[in-house]
Design a protein around this ligand. Structure first.
Ligand code: TRP
Length: 327
């Protein structure tokens, strides 16, 4: 039986952190054994918000691929490529833009939210409004069965299906309906207790050295009410404990759950224990990162080769689409 096809993309907007690793990459890595996976660098999507300054684009793309490979994505098992290497995505985007009603785009919740949130850049552009149309092209050009994404991306996927249906209604049955593959992952908090995010400057990065990780964990916020060592703490609201639950063994978490509440152990004890497990977990990733950083050519070749493979599929769907539209 043919493997089902999975597709997902990630914007190259900076170094990847533990939240990205647990939220997306670990899931992508597992899927590569079971599905025919296509993972791509969504560099055009990054332009929708970063168009005014592209000076770091190439660095971000390169470093992200290194993060992917270090986290275990295997170019022998999945196709890794770069969106801007595939003009076919852009052609399909143009064709979809002809049939996408404007109100569908104006209604997308992420559109309205970002418009309101981001005030240091002008997002009143054609490209930004069309973000989900481009995403629909990314997905449908591979006739993907599944798209692993976080909940925030569900509206984009719904719109993808709507665009596909509209296309099929006009021109005949060409495009299948992709389904989301939702990842249930534990919420990972940053060193300041807020959601881990580069805009908060509270991240543990895959590219951090063991020393940097240690430094960051040692100053990480814990239960704010626990000021002195002899104060009892509450793991339920402790950001550090969210990391314990992912990286430390269950026995340690159970121990913390009892001892912290009666001040039997201190935050520093917990940090030291967490670090043991976290650093062991990150060690192979950091080593792989080092090795890859030393051979930038190889990294570029992996993406060139992946883009070549992806292009075969993209071209085929695009011909079908153009045939259906009598182009
Ligand atoms: N919008 C996605 C994000 O920000 C990135 C993306 C672009 C994507 N095209 C895609 C994800 C296609 C899945 C499928 O996370």
């Amino acid at each position: 039986m043919a493997k089902k096809r999975v597709l997902s993309g990630m914007q190259p907007s900076g170094l990847l952190h533990l939240g990205n690793l647990m939220g997306a990459l670990e899931n992508w890595r597992k899927l590569q054994d079971e599905y025919e996976c296509y993972y791509f660098i969504a560099d055009w999507h990054a332009l929708t918000t970063q168009y005014a300054d592209t000076s770091k684009m190439r660095t971000y793309v390169h470093e992200m691929v290194i993060d992917w490979l270090a986290a275990g994505l295997d170019p022998e098992k999945c196709v890794l490529f770069r969106q801007s290497h595939l003009p076919e995505h852009a052609v399909l985007h143009v064709l979809f833009s002809m049939i996408t009603p404007l109100p569908w785009l104006e209604r997308v919740p992420t559109y309205k939210e970002k418009m309101e949130q981001i005030d240091d850049r002008d997002l009143y552009t054609y490209g930004f409004l069309g973000y989900p149309v481009l995403q629909a092209a990314d997905i449908l050009i591979y006739k993907a069965d599944y798209v692993p994404v976080g909940v925030d991306q569900l509206p984009h996927l719904e719109l993808t299906r709507e665009i596909g249906r509209r296309f099929n209604a006009f021109y005949g049955d060409v495009l299948p309906e992709p389904q989301p593959l939702l990842t249930q992952y534990p919420k990972l908090l940053g060193t300041d207790g807020r959601k881990m995010s580069k805009s908060y400057n509270n991240c543990l990065y895959l590219s951090d050295t063991p020393e940097e990780i240690t430094k960051k964990v040692m100053v990480m916020i814990t239960d704010p009410a626990r000021v002195r060592r002899q104060d009892p703490g509450n793991p339920d609201i402790c950001p550090l404990f969210t990391l314990d639950q992912i990286f430390a063994p269950k026995e340690w978490c159970d121990h913390v759950n009892v001892e912290c509440r009666r001040a039997g152990i201190g935050c520093v004890d917990d940090k030291r224990e967490l670090l043991k497990h976290l650093l062991a977990y990150l060690k192979p990733i950091q080593e792989k990162r080092k090795e890859l950083s030393a051979s930038p050519k190889r990294v570029a070749e992996i993406i060139a080769e992946g883009s070549r493979k992806a292009r075969i599929v993209a071209k085929e769907t695009l011909s079908e689409v153009q045939e259906a539209m009598k182009l």
